[in-house]
Each structure stands twice: as structure tokens, then as C-alpha cells.
Write a protein that binds this ligand. Structure first.
Ligand code: BF8
Ligand code: SF4
Length: 625
């Protein structure tokens, strides 16, 4: 296929062209030759036991059943439930790793990290009912740890952050019996229920699907965000550069790719160490250049303004520059294909997390009690590669500046002014119609669709119609590369939104961080309910969500927790459900009738925008605004 059909990212396009000349295969090439399995795409197959695998016919979904008698609805609900479980497990295990780190810091066993944001510590503790007055930071931290551990382990009862859910939304969940207990329990039960011969009613399976997804959004993901803020600082707006031009020809380039901020934080310490900086200079480099990719990149971009080189589908392509001296990865969204591309260009690729090794790839384990032994080693290897660079370097000369780091707390401050931080002005602007509604546009890029294009076209359409856009993950990087994360992009917004943007000095698109930081969007939505004037539950708000180029099971878990929280959520690319089935109807209509949100699907960004705006308008109408 032509490069203009593969990506709108010029840098990635240039690297695809170079890779073709160099005879190097990228995910885009593999997706062109690996046609998607049409049966799996419709979720019409089951391999949950050895009487199968069984294949049903999506064109005539009720004509056949599996060997055990499972219907199309059971089969696809089980598949969907397991996607939620896997996605929720990824986020919650990441959150638990942050909580483990927090515990060891609080206990004084790990000394390389500290509590950087004691104000946030107190706020989070207070939000879940922990008494903070007349307590030391240490005492509050201990109490918070004890409480948050329940997010994972508790056998009975509601997760701690259920206290942040608007009462009416929580009431709906209680009625439906979907308030999450500990994530470990929910994920375990989801896996059990989707085993051969257990839960065989698609509605009941989705009940557990909702509960499992909520244990991610209001559980593991929220813990990941809050603990990371407490340990590493709550983001405030910061100017930062994105795109492959952040690589520097005359410097030692090191990329961190993955999801856990601790590796990245320690890598920052290593590249700032005078000894290693000197070593880089001795090797003829002007310095050490640390940049991020994917979600840990988005998190560091938002928290510290560290440059970001590109989103998910650019992670192989960037090595084609020949300029990447080392790439260290931790967990999630690490394509195995990286290993081969790294070989082709002599890039040192390292895995660092015990959860993620890659065949034929060196593993240097990262230990939080001795982080620099890993991160220094990565820097030293990168310097040695710089010294003996054998490959011609070709860096696309493209950089885009934007403002990132709009935490929930900062939006509060920004809109409310110094002394009266609150979401009231946001609600006011929604009520008076300057802002039509709020959209969360998030998620991956996917080589099955033109990279970044669906994100960018959708968001342009939304802001043109006065919809304020909140962003996370790889989507945020797509928009940043198009310049939409800068205040100057206000001219692309409709008259009402651009007026608000100009008054406040904010971009029409607010980047909030990584995928676990979607929890910031949940908190913002709860706050909008709390402030008043826009209904009593999240389901009544004029808001919508989208993951236009999604690919991962984590995205399905995120989508489901937004839906369960009351948000209309539209996915692009493809949707893993058979049309014209009862299960499809449950996801796209039935859940809304239960008082939750609902799913939508279209690969077309303009239609997606229309659907979201129509939903926002319907909610406005219901509110009488
Ligand atoms: O958690 S947006 S491709 S990097 S899954 Fe992965 Fe998707 Fe990117 Fe982060 Ni989120
Ligand atoms: Fe087939 Fe049923 Fe076994 Fe699934 S659980 S593979 S549908 S027999």
C-alpha cells in the first residue's frame, strides 16, 4: 500500500520508506500480509475446550452452536469477558506494582524514591475517608496504603474509590450488583465464569464484565494514577516536544517504552548523572538524550515535559532512523517485532521487567531497591553503541510543541482561578452553551487503519463543534503531532469553545497522560456531577468517549468501565461482536436501559463525531439546557 494510506505521520512515513529500501519489515507490512481472521473478528469462535475449537457462522449466527451447545451469545460474551479480564489485569497489575513501590517507600525499605506530593497524598486519603488532620505524612501514607490494598485483595465489600462515585451512579451499580470487590477476586471470577460449562447467559456474563471493568477504572487504574502522582508529582501544564525530530544526531539517544513510570524516573536520574554525561562526552557525543514512547512516554511528557518520539505503531519505525542507541522496555504494548528491527539497526533493546522478557533480547532486570544498576547499564550500553554507530543516521526533522499535563487537579485550578478552584466554571460554560459537551478521546494506534488519521479527524470535528476534548495515551500523541495540543489550536475550535480557550489560555485538546490516567477523566466527570446543574449521575452528563484506533484488550476494559460508568463510548477499527445478535444488542442498547452507558461503533471519524455530538445534544436536551 501507498504510504499516504498507511499513516498521516510524516516521520513514520519517511521511516516506512527507508525500511522498504533497507529490506526491513514493520508492523504495517505484517498487517498487510496477515489478513484479519473473519471468524475471530466477529468473535464467532470458541477455543475454551478441547471438544472444539468451534466456529459459528456470523452471517447466520443462530444456525449453529458449539459442540457443548454454546450459542453465539454465550461464545461472544465469554470472549468479550475475557478481553475485559485481560485488560483489567494489565492495568491493575501495573497499579499494584505502583502500590508495592509505595509500600516499600513508606516502610523506608526503598530510598531512591520519596513522597513528592504530600498535598495530593492528603487529598487522596481524605477522598476515601481517611482522617488526615494532625497526622504526619508518614501516618497518612501508611493508612492510605492499607486502605488501597483492598482495591486488589478484598474478598467482600466495595473498592475504596467507590466513595468517589456520584451517589446516583453508585446506587445504579448497587442495584445491578456490579460494585467491584477486590480486582483479584473480580478477575478470577470472570475467568471462572467464562470457563467451559459455567456461565451460559450472556447477560449474566456481562454483569461480571461490568464489575471486572469497574475494578480497573475505579480500582487498579485509579490507584496507578494516584500513587504515581504522590510519588512522582501531580502534572501541571508543561510545554513539550513530540515527534521523531526529538532524537538528536549528535547525542546518545535512549528511548523508554512501556507503562511503568519508575523505570523512566530512574532513567532520568541516570542521564542526569555527571559521570555518565561525561562518559557520553568522552565518546564524542554532545550529551545524553532521553525520550519516551507510548504510555510511559505520555506519562513523562505530561508530568515532566520529557520529549515524546511517537505512539504505538511508530515504535519499530523509529529504530529505522539508525539514531536510537538503546531502547529499554518494561510492560505492555511492546511488539515482539521490535527485537528484529533492533537487530537490523544495531540498537540495543533491553527488557527490564520480570513480567516481560523477549526471546533473543537482553534482559537487565530493574530492581526498585537498586534502580541505577539497571538504568546506568542501559546508558553505558547506549554510549557504546553511539561510539561505534555503523548505520547511517536519518532523523525526520519534525518536532511539534504543545502543552501537556492537564491533571484533574489542574483543570480545577485553571478554570476556577487561584482561590476558588472548582469545576463550576466548566459546568457554567456547558450550561450557557459555549462548551457543548466534553469528549474523552483515547487509545491506541493500529496498523489496520491509517495511523493517527481517525484520531485527528475525529478530534478536529469535535472541537469545531465546541466539544472540549480530553486525551490520554497514544491518541494524545497523535493530536500533539498535529499541533492540536497547543493553545494556538483554539482557532480550529468553534466560536464558543475558542472563546473559553482564549480566555483561559488553554488548548481545545487537554492531554492528561497515559492510559491508566483515563481515571483522571472519571474523576473529572464525577466532579462535574458534584458541582451541579448537569444531572445527578455520570449517565446524565453531556459527555462521550472514543477509542478510534484501538487495538488492545486494555482498551476494551477501558471502554467497558466508561460504559458501566454511564458514558456513551464509540470504538473504531473493528468491534469484536457479531451483528444482529442479542449480545450485540445488550452492549449497544441494553446496558443503557439498565441505567449505564452504551457502546457505539464506526470506523469513520466523521460519523463517529456525529454520533458523539448527537448523544451530547440528546443529553443537553434531557437536562433542559
Ligand atoms: O496503555 S494507547 S497502544 S501504549 S494500550 Fe498501548 Fe494503546 Fe498506546 Fe498504553 Ni494504552
Ligand atoms: Fe466448543 Fe463449547 Fe468447547 Fe467452546 S466450550 S470450544 S463452544 S465445545
Amino acid at each position: 500500500p501507498d504510504i499516504q494510506d498507511i499513516t498521516i505521520c510524516d516521520s513514520t512515513g519517511q521511516m516506512i520508506e527507508k525500511a522498504r529500501k533497507d529490506g526491513v519489515e514493520l508492523c504495517f507490512d505484517r498487517s498487510a500480509t496477515m489478513k484479519a481472521c473473519p471468524i475471530g473478528a466477529d468473535s464467532a469462535c470458541c477455543k475454551h475446550c478441547a471438544m472444539g475449537p468451534c466456529r459459528l457462522n456470523a452471517k447466520d449466527p443462530y444456525a449453529k452452536v458449539g459442540v457443548c451447545g454454546a450459542t453465539i451469545d454465550t461464545i461472544q460474551a465469554r470472549n468479550f469477558g475475557r478481553m475485559i479480564a485481560a485488560g483489567a489485569a494489565a492495568h491493575t497489575d501495573h497499579g499494584m506494582a505502583m502500590l508495592d513501590l509505595f509500600r516499600e517507600v513508606v516502610n523506608g525499605k526503598i530510598t531512591d524514591y520519596t513522597i513528592k506530593d504530600p498535598i495530593k497524598l492528603n487529598e487522596v486519603a481524605a477522598s476515601i475517608g481517611i482522617e488526615t488532620e494532625e497526622k504526619t505524612t508518614e501516618e497518612v501514607a501508611h493508612a492510605l496504603y492499607e486502605e488501597l490494598e483492598r482495591t486488589y485483595t478484598q474478598v467482600e465489600g466495595e473498592v475504596p474509590f467507590a466513595k468517589r462515585v456520584p451517589p446516583k451512579t453508585l446506587e445504579t451499580w448497587r442495584k445491578l450488583d456490579i460494585v467491584p470487590r477486590g480486582a483479584m477476586r473480580e478477575i478470577m471470577e470472570m475467568m471462572h465464569r467464562t470457563h467451559m460449562g459455567v456461565d451460559q447467559h450472556y447477560e449474566n456474563i456481562m454483569k461480571q464484565g461490568n464489575r471486572t471493568a469497574l475494578s480497573d477504572g475505579w480500582g487498579g487504574s485509579m490507584v496507578a494514577t494516584e500513587i504515581s502522582d504522590i510519588l512522582f508529582g501531580t502534572p501541571v501544564p508543561v510545554a513539550a516536544e513530540v515527534n521523531m525530530g526529538v532524537l538528536k544526531e549528535n547525542q546518545v539517544n535512549i528511548i523508554i517504552h512501556g507503562h511503568e513510570p519508575n523505570l523512566f524516573e530512574s532513567m532520568m536520574a541516570s542521564v542526569n548523572s555527571p559521570a555518565l554525561t561525561q562518559a557520553a562526552k568522552d565518546a564524542g557525543a554532545e550529551g545524553l538524550n532521553l525520550v519516551g514512547m507510548c504510555c510511559s512516554g505520555a506519562e513523562m511528557l505530561s508530568r515532566h515535559g520529557i520529549p515524546h518520539a511517537g505512539n504505538f505503531t511508530s515504535t519499530e519505525a523509529i529504530m529505522v532512523t539508525g539514531a536510537v542507541d538503546a531502547m529499554a522496555v518494561d510492560v505492555q504494548c511492546i511488539q515482539q517485532g521490535l527485537s528484529k528491527v533492533a537487530d537490523c539497526y544495531g540498537t540495543y533493546l533491553f527488557t527490564t521487567n520480570p513480567r516481560c522478557h523477549i526471546e533473543n533480547t537482553e534482559h537487565i532486570e530493574f530492581h526498585e531497591d537498586d534502580p541505577s544498576s539497571c538504568t546506568d547499564e542501559v546508558v553505558i550500553k547506549a554510549i557504546s553503541r553511539f561510539k561505534s554507530r555503523k548505520y547511517p543516521v536519518q532523523i525526520p526533522n519534525i518536532r511539534n510543541t504543545g502543552i501537556h499535563g492537564f491533571s484533574y487537579e489542574y483543570i480545577n485550578y485553571m478554570l476556577g482561578g487561584t482561590f476558588r478552584g472548582s469545576y463550576t466554571p466548566l459546568n457554567d460554560n456547558i450550561i450557557n452553551g459555549r462548551i457543548r459537551g466534553v469528549a474523552g478521546v483515547v487509545g491506541c494506534t493500529n496498523p489496520r487503519v491509517k495511523q493517527d488519521w481517525v484520531h485527528v479527524e475525529l478530534v478536529k470535528e469535535l472541537i469545531r463543534n465546541d466539544v472540549l476534548v480530553l486525551q490520554t495515551g497514544c491518541s494524545q500523541i497523535a493530536l500533539a503531532k498535529e499541533g492540536l495540543c497547543s493553545p494556538e489550536a483554539a482557532y480550529l475550535a468553534g466560536p464558543g469553545l475558542s472563546e473559553v480557550c482564549e480566555a483561559v489560555g488553554m488548548p481545545p485538546v487537554l492531554g492528561m497522560g497515559s492510559c491508566v490516567d483515563n481515571s483522571r477523566i472519571l474523576i473529572a466527570a464525577s466532579e462535574m456531577v458534584k458541582v451541579g446543574g448537569l444531572g445527578e449521575s455520570i449517565a446524565e452528563l453531556p459527555v462521550a468517549g472514543a477509542a478510534p484506533e484501538w487495538m488492545s484488550e486494555k482498551a476494551i476494559s477501558i471502554g467497558q468501565y466508561f460504559v458501566a460508568s454511564g458514558v456513551y463510548t464509540v470504538f473504531g477499527v473493528t468491534f469484536p461482536v457479531t451483528q444482529n445478535t442479542r449480545f450485540h444488542d445488550l452492549l449497544f442498547n441494553g446496558l443503557e436501559k439498565q441505567g449505564l452507558g452504551k457502546w457505539g461503533f464506526t470506523p469513520d471519524p466523521y460519523e463517529m463525531a456525529q454520533k458523539m455530538i448527537a448523544h451530547i445534544d440528546a443529553k443537553r436536551k434531557a437536562l433542559g439546557i
